[in-house]
Design a protein around this ligand. Structure first.
Ligand SMILES: Cc1cc2nc3c(=O)[nH]c(=O)nc-3n(C[C@H](O)[C@H](O)[C@H](O)COP(=O)(O)O)c2cc1C
Ligand code: SF4
Ligand code: SF4
Length: 262
């Protein structure tokens, strides 16, 4: 099957999902339309044609995809189009995130060619998965893209319905609750307002950006990674205690997992 164009969507508050998506996109020698869902959230439906490929990459939050992304993924409409689903997790587990993402895409009429769970530095506890994706991850991402490419080339339009992809994960998906750790602000904050503009949940006050609405903040870390004066951070006693425990249980190097249609 011949693909004309790739539409690549990612949500990446602390930048690692973007890095992995950009590496994956390089495996396809095709025109690519890339959309950063944090900076340009989807408000309208997007229609992907039958000869285009859609790549969607999301971070894992509590073993699920971020709930804030569900409506946006549902706005991406398929016309019997192919898709690749990617989740990026911080070396703990990805649990039901990949199956949740690919279920959404399948329910929206996409045929999933390949799906992958890749590892990155944890955005709340960066000592876990530190330095990832590393060179070995980047090689695996490249070969995942190349394999998806080969599969697409070999696909015959009429044969889709006989093919299947089995993704690791449970249904019903695990339940989640909000993470109690929220960013704090330092006095170095110069009120530039960038964090207010980038926060995907409008949890930062325009006139007082040092303050965060803890009830709506999803701990995504976008305000931390985008602050030009490094004035936002995860810290405090509760954070330090959680960090020690978290590092202890999640120090073993995890390997990316990939799945293909067959
Ligand atoms: C609220 C929240 C929940 C997370 N839950 C998980 C998790 O369940 N498993 C895991 O391994 N990493 C988890 N992480 C780490 C992220 O999945 C990981 O850092 C990811 O690479 C972040 O993507 P980004 O850099 O594109 O923002 C979580 C991070 C956040 C902010
Ligand atoms: S981005 Fe940083 S410096 Fe700018 S308002 Fe937010 S915390 Fe302050
Ligand atoms: S305030 Fe919370 S939701 Fe908003 S960018 Fe910062 S961590 Fe993300």
């Amino acid at each position: 099957m011949k693909i004309n164009k790739i539409y690549s969507y990612y949500f990446s508050p602390s930048g690692t999902t973007r890095k992995i998506t950009e590496e994956l996109n390089k495996s396809f020698n095709l025109p690519i339309d890339t959309c950063d869902l944090l900076k340009n959230p989807l408000h309208e439906d997007i229609h992907i044609s039958s000869n285009d490929l859609c790549i969607i990459s999301l971070p894992v939050y509590m073993g699920r995809i971020p709930s804030i992304c569900i409506d946006m993924v549902n706005k991406i409409k398929s016309n019997k189009s192919l898709a690749i689903g990617v989740v990026v997790y911080g070396n703990r587990e990805y649990e039901d995130a990949l199956v949740e993402l690919t279920d959404l895409l399948t329910n929206n009429n996409f045929t999933i060619v390949g799906a992958g769970a890749f590892i990155a530095q944890h955005s709340i506890f960066p000592s876990v998965g530190n330095g990832r994706p590393d060179d070995s991850d980047l090689k695996l991402i490249k070969s995942f893209g190349e394999n998806c490419n080969k599969i697409i080339e070999s696909l015959n339009n009429d044969a889709f319905s006989r093919l299947e992809i089995n993704i690791k994960g449970n249904r019903p998906y695990r339940s989640t609750k909000p993470i109690p750790l929220k960013p704090k602000s330092k006095n170095t904050c110069n009120n530039c307002g960038l964090c207010y503009k980038i926060c995907p949940t409008n949890s930062i006050l325009k006139d007082s950006p040092k303050e965060i609405n803890k009830d709506t903040c999803i701990s995504c870390g976008a305000c931390i990674s985008n602050c030009p004066s490094n004035s936002k951070y995860f810290g405090g006693i509760m954070y330090k205690i959680a960090k020690v425990k978290f590092e202890k249980s999640n120090s073993v190097y995890k390997i990316p997992e990939v799945f293909y249609i067959c």
